[in-house]
Design a binder for this molecule. Structure first.
Ligand SMILES: Cc1ncc(COP(=O)(O)O)c(C=O)c1O
Length: 395
């Protein structure tokens, strides 16, 4: 049976790097060498210098390329290094159409770095294809989508954006961090480049910072490889190994976390002190059908709003179980405050324009029993309710 015929969860384990051909080891060896002896003056071996290629990083690049269904993968020192390097495919005078509630670091790169090199951008609500078309300029060379988006979980139609991009000869970049190829394969939907913060679900244990890119065609692969070695923000072998190990359990982790996320989202949606819940798996989410048409699930990240910032602060102070931290996609649930964490790089007025309120929290659901999280949130909301009641009584 050829490996292409295996199911996704089997491919996570049984891929071309499952056995080291030299020793039979069932874990990819960590090769620390920065340079490689050459046995011939005129013809060098496959490896010469570790920035260009390192066998451990190469294994990760092969694995992610296969899982995303692309021709070549690239591993970088962080998700931002992957995203920034991919943006270097553009040149001065080019223009990007980009989804508006994008990750704060990507917002900072586009608004404060690329602009200095003459690369322009227009932010749009990518759920509105009319806005996307209207933003096109004669120099538009790329469309950048994050779906579901961070932190409002808006869903972009990858097929439609890729089609619009093709009509004008532009590239489509998709940040697939929230869903991973377990749930969504942007290249199969028409995108040209998939990007990841592998720090998140792919590695999965809050113990490594890493980025990945996968491209659909050989020509793009050559261009991105040239940029990877030129810019040089490559992933180290130890970190590449940690991501490889994390990927082996991706299916079981994400399946469990996703199931729990729906249960927690449903609980929050019913609670009178919660103003809004954003989760594309929830009945009533405006793009639920679109999500189902392009992904195998809604993922394990959701966001929710309390009445105001005061309520949020009090809620957080009573929560005991999730860690209150930057990041997502780990075995432990992570509660984040986008206004001060993932989107702190976005000025307040820009956040407000996008509906990222100071009363918004993001939850990345881990592997705890979801009832424990629900009980924890319940006790915190009860205290909040009690204190609000006491406050009103005292007025
Ligand atoms: C959707 C998304 N893309 C990219 C990044 C950046 O990745 P990294 O922190 O690994 O540089 C993040 C980080 O939070 C993210 O959430």
């Amino acid at each position: 049976m050829a490996s292409q015929e295996y199911s996704f969860e089997t491919k996570l384990l049984h891929n071309q790097h499952k056995i080291d051909p030299v020793t039979g080891a069932v874990s990819v060896p960590i090769q620390h060498a920065s340079t490689f002896h050459q046995f011939d003056v005129d013809s060098f071996g496959k490896y010469d210098y570790a920035r260009s290629l390192n066998p451990t990083r190469e294994a990760l690049e092969d694995v992610i390329a296969e899982l995303e269904g692309g021709v070549k993968g690239f591993a970088f020192a962080s998700g931002m290094a992957a995203i920034s390097t991919a943006f270097l495919l553009l040149s001065s005078g080019d223009h990007i159409v980009i989804t508006e509630d994008v990750y704060g670091g990507t917002f900072r790169m586009v608004t404060q770095v690329l602009t200095r090199f003459g690369i322009e951008h227009t932010f749009v609500d990518m759920t509105d294809l009319g806005q996307v078309r209207q933003a096109i300029q004669p120099n538009t060379k790329a469309f950048y989508a994050e779906t579901p988006s961070n932190p409002l979980l808006k869903v972009t139609d990858i097929r439609a954006i890729s089609q619009i991009a093709k009509e004008i000869g532009a590239l489509t970049f998709v940040d697939n961090t929230f869903l991973t190829p377990e749930l969504q394969k942007p290249l199969e939907l028409g995108a040209d480049i998939v990007l990841h913060s592998a720090t998140k679900f792919l590695a999965g244990h809050s113990d490594v910072v890493a980025g990945l890119a996968v491209v659909k065609d050989e020509e793009l692969a050559k261009r991105l490889y040239f940029l990877q070695i030129s810019f040089g923000a490559v992933l180290g072998p130890q970190d590449a190994w940690l991501v490889l190990r994390g990927i082996k359990t991706l299916h079981v982790r994400l399946e469990q976390s996703q199931k729990s996320a729906l249960k927690i989202a449903e609980f929050l949606a019913e609670h009178p002190l919660i103003e809004n819940v954003y989760y594309p798996g929830l009945t009533g989410h405006p793009q639920k059908e679109l999500q189902e048409s392009q992904a195998n699930g809604a993922g394990a990240v959701l966001s929710f709003e309390l009445k105001d910032e005061t309520a949020l602060r009090e809620f957080v102070s009573h929560v005991e179980l999730p860690v209150f931290a930057v990041s997502l996609g780990a075995v432990e649930s992570i509660l984040s405050y986008p206004a001060k964490m993932s989107h702190a790089a976005m000025p307040q007025d820009e956040r407000e324009k996008r509906g990222i309120k100071n009363s918004l929290l993001r939850l990345s659901v881990g592997l705890e029993n979801p009832d424990d999280i629900i009980n924890d949130f319940s006790q915190s909301l009860e205290k909040l309710q009690h204190n609000q009641f006491a406050f009103h009584q005292g007025e």
